[in-house]
Each structure stands twice: as C-alpha cells, then as structure tokens.
Design a protein around this ligand. Structure first.
Ligand SMILES: [Zn+2]
Ligand SMILES: [Zn+2]
Length: 135
C-alpha cells in the first residue's frame, strides 16, 4: 500500500498514512475553489482511520448542495486546507493533493463539478469528466 504523508505550510500539522487511495478527483465546485483559493481542488479519498494526524486542525463546518454535512479541516496557524469529511461518506477522509509529499501518487481519475469550473481552466480530455459528482 502506498505511503502518504505531508504537512501544512507552517509545518505545525503533519500526517502519515499507509493505505490504498480509493479515488482521486479534481473538484471544480464552488466550495473547493473558495476554500482553497485555487482554480480547483484535487482530492485523494482514503480510509479515515488509516490517517495519523499530528497537530490540531481547525474544522469549518458547512452544508453542501447535496445536503451533506461537510467539514473542511485546516491549519489554524497558516491556513492550509488539508482534509475534508462528508457525512454521506462515513469513515472516508479526503486529503488535498497540495499538502501531499508523494507527488507522483497524485493521478486524478476524474474531473467533477465541471458545470461550475472557471471557463479558462484546462481539462485533460483523457480524464473522465462529470458535470456534478457521479453517484
Ligand atoms: Zn500550518
Ligand atoms: Zn469540491
């Protein structure tokens, strides 16, 4: 199983996991863009109990348009967005690709929420694309 590790910008929060990556996607939804300040968010979905987090991320809670209760976990010192939780996906943690040290592992298999992407964002035609989140 791949080793995944990383840290926030200031280094106060670090994480380690030895786990399979269940899915990887570029998410172009409004929430990911506003949370990260980036044109889209790239997420790695892993088993939450496989991830050891050192430090104390702060949680911002909000409701997604799906009705799911969302948590965005970030470093309270430097603001790095690191992890996410979704009440519709119990026991799954999403990890933001930008904080992952093993860059070669990051190979998104889908682009989701293309309906709300920034028009100028290039999209790889070889990666599956979805207007919203596929069921
Ligand atoms: Zn930090
Ligand atoms: Zn998103």
């Amino acid at each position: 199983m791949p080793k995944i590790s990383g840290k926030c910008l200031c280094g106060n929060i670090t994480f380690n996991a030895d786990t399979d990556i269940k899915m990887m996607a570029n998410c172009h939804c409004d929430d990911c863009r506003q949370a990260t300040g980036a044109a889209f968010g790239t997420l790695l979905f892993v088993a939450e109990d496989a991830v050891e987090i050192n430090g104390s991320p702060k949680a911002f809670k909000h409701t997604a348009d799906s009705g799911a209760a969302m948590q965005k976990l970030f470093c309270p010192d430097c603001g790095s967005q690191m992890f996410g939780k979704n009440s519709n996906r119990e026991s799954i943690l999403s990890v933001r690709a930008g904080v992952v040290a093993e860059k070669d592992l990051v190979q998104p298999g889908a682009n989701v929420y293309l309906s709300s992407k920034i028009p100028s964002t290039p999209v790889d035609p070889n990666v599956k694309g979805y207007d919203k989140m596929p069921g």
